[in-house]
Design a protein around this ligand. Structure first.
Ligand code: ATP
Length: 229
C-alpha cells in the first residue's frame, strides 16, 4: 500500500537529512506506529506519503503509484484515498460537527443525498450521534478529535495517516481514540500513526517503526515503544 525505496529527504535549509535512505513497505490493512524523538522525521514521512513534500532521493509508492512521477493534476485524486488526522484537530471553528464532516464530501463533489446519509452514519460510527449541531468549541478535546477522524474517514479512504492524534488528550480519552482507530483499521483501512505516546504503543502491540535522526533503526511486529536496545 505504501512503499519507500531508499528514500532521502533533505529540506532546503536542513543541515542533515530529515529522512535518510528509508526502505519500508506497509501492506494493505496494516496498523503501523511511527515512533522516535522529536525531529526524527515522523512528520516528514507522513508528508511524503501525502505528497505534500517530494523526496530528494529514492522513490515513494502509494497504492501502486510512484509519487515522484505522478502529475500534479492527479494529486487530488491520490489524496482522496487518504485521510489525515493531526494533534491539533484542525476543525473549521464556525461550522457545526455535521458541516465539518460534510465539507470533506462537498469539496470532492459528492451529491447531497449521499452526504445526508453518509455523514450521520460516520458520526454514529465515531460515537458522536446526537452531537451533529454542536460547534467545535462546544465539544471536549476527545470529541473534537472524533470529528476530525469522522472527517478523515467519511470518504472511506484506503489509508488513514495520524500525526500525534492523542498528543493533546488525557490518557483515558486517548484510549477511546485508539479504540476508534483500531476499529477503522479492522474495516481494512491501512493506518500509519506517528506518536510519542509510549503507553498506547505498549498497549496496542502493533508493528512499530522507529526513526532516529532520519534513519530507520527498528521495524518490529507487535512491538513496544522502547526498544530496550
Ligand atoms: N520545512 C522544513 N524545512 C527545514 N527543515 C525541516 C522542515 N520540516 C522539518 N524539518 C527538519 O527535519 C527534521 C525532521 O522533522 P520532522 O518534523 O519530520 O520530525 P518529527 O519526528 O515529526 O518531530 P516531532 O515529533 O517534533 O513532530 C528536523 O530536523 C526538522 O527540523
Amino acid at each position: 500500500m505504501i512503499r519507500f525505496e531508499n528514500v532521502t529527504k533533505v529540506y532546503a535549509r536542513g543541515a542533515r537529512p530529515a529522512l535518510d535512505a528509508i526502505d519500508l513497505e506497509v501492506e494493505r490493512g496494516e496498523f503501523v506506529f511511527l515512533v522516535g524523538a522529536s525531529g526524527s522525521g515522523k512528520s516528514t514521512f507522513l508528508r511524503l506519503v501525502l505528497r505534500e513534500e517530494r523526496p530528494t532521493g529514492g522513490r515513494v509508492f502509494v497504492a501502486g503509484r510512484n509519487l515522484s512521477t505522478l502529475s500534479t493534476w492527479k494529486v487530488p485524486h491520490l489524496r482522496r484515498q487518504m485521510g489525515a488526522v493531526f494533534q491539533d484537530f484542525r476543525l473549521l471553528p464556525n461550522k457545526t460537527v455535521f458541516e465539518n464532516v460534510a465539507f470533506a464530501l462537498q469539496v470532492i463533489g459528492r451529491p447531497r443525498h449521499h452526504i445526508l446519509t453518509t455523514v450521520p452514519d460516520t458520526l454514529e460510527l465515531v460515537g458522536l450521534g446526537g452531537k451533529e449541531k454542536r460547534l467545535p468549541h462546544e465539544l471536549s478535546g476527545g470529541e473534537q478529535q472524533r470529528v476530525a477522524i469522522a472527517r478523515a474517514f467519511v470518504n472511506r479512504p484506503s489509508i488513514l495517516l495520524a500525526d500525534e492524534p492523542t498528543g493533546n488528550l488525557d490518557p483515558t480519552t486517548s484510549v477511546g481514540i485508539m479504540r476508534l482507530l483500531d476499529r477503522i483499521n479492522r474495516t481494512g483501512t491501512t493506518v500509519v500513526m506517528a506518536t510519542h505516546d509510549d503507553e498506547i504503543v505498549d498497549q496496542m502491540r502493533k508493528r512499530v517503526v522507529e526513526l532516529e535522526m532520519g534513519q530507520m533503526v527498528r521495524d518490529q511486529s507487535r512491538g513496544v515503544y522502547g526498544s530496550g536496545r
